[in-house]
Design a protein around this ligand. Sequence first.
Ligand SMILES: *Cc1c(COP(=O)(O)O)cnc(C)c1O
Length: 455
Amino acid sequence: MTFRTIMEPFRIHSVEPIRMSTREERSACLEAAGFNLFRLRSEDVAIDLLTDSGTGAMSRDQWAGIQRGDESYAGSPSWFRFEAAVKHLFPYEHVIPTHQGRAAERILFSQIAGPGKTIPNNTHFDTTRANIEFTGATAVDLVIAEGRDPASEHPFKGNMDLAALELVLETADVPVVFMTVTNNAGGGQPVSLENLAGVRALCDRFGVPLFLDACRFAENAYFIKTREPGQAGREIEHIVREMASYADGMTMSAKKDPMANIGGWLALNDDELAERCRTMLILTGGFTTYGGLAGRDLEVIAQGLEEAVQEDYLRYRVRSTAYLADALAAAGVPVVRPTGGHAVFIDARALLPHIDPLEYPGHALAVALYREGGIRACEIGTVMFGRRPDGSEEAAPMDLVRLAIPRRTYTQAHFDYVAEVVAYVAAQAEELRGLEITHEPRQLRHFTAAFSPIR
Ligand SMILES: *Cc1c(COP(=O)(O)O)cnc(C)c1O
């Protein structure tokens, strides 16, 4: 008999208090923060779904790793444990540790990108795009059409559009093709093995290397196991190694699936490029056996990698995210389908059709979720993407609110609470009003802009 209840596959060993606040207190916090949720104190948040990056709970064995960490400058045992754990899943020749994913991106693109180059991806994550553009190169997103349609039920909405990729490879100067697994910016949607093989074949034809942005590789492998024909009987580790086998290297943030609070790496097979990247690392991050991390961080990542591919964990992870999405859908809240691995995305433009995109329906919803229930979510819409370089504004393709789920951190009762708050806010959707921006920086305005409600 398989029971329906999703039981968390862990017991709680150490607890963090959640401070309960009143609606009046939260209204005052919003005023003080200029209605920007990034400017709140996290202690004033009850359920923090701003991001799943570095916010997960570590296991007993990861905390033990903190104690075991060896802080030798060069050649520490913690480094060798880290390197072996990475190579066990991603058997690339060279592993270069970094303090975050974006540091790996910066090192790689400083060596291979530059003016005149074009780098395709299914969808570039914002730091990936920014690091490419910083070198003067062009970043293009080539996800399949279904990946841009919130309602499409395609099982692999992160797949690359192979015909579009072929065209770019024929016409542009492409130093590397990237594939982001899962496709974070596109809703945490997975990429199939079949599509990876197709991208590989094109890269072979044009003699171009393929790299993975592998931040959520384990969730992607679990979706392959449960959705791709012929994969159900395979172990997650084997699927991960097959994913890795199509690529020549990877960039990685250990703050995602590896369940660490900090860290990342760059891995690759090309000896000459690896040497140049290591030189850059020493210049800007640290020596090649720690890369800006402490030995104890390397232990935590090595242990986290083992835990990330355990099927009990992944089943719980993916099903608990779907549990929240299904509860919202049942309450009539429009959510992006199918549910991805790390987050639930609410279609705020559909929920709040009376708020013009330039009055930020996603942001209005995120502010209301905080005011009513102390839930912090993240607008992914016109606030984040609507400002053009010349300072003018246009509506983003979608106005979404992302509820990102930290790993192993919240229980089913927390999800029930979130669903109840969202349903309560959605029931009063007509009363919500938009906001205007009273102050904004020139770039990445969502982090620091100040807003005022339109009365
Ligand atoms: C988080 C993330 C990054 C950047 O990693 P950081 O550790 O935040 O620097 C790159 N790509 C994807 C897909 C991510 O989710």
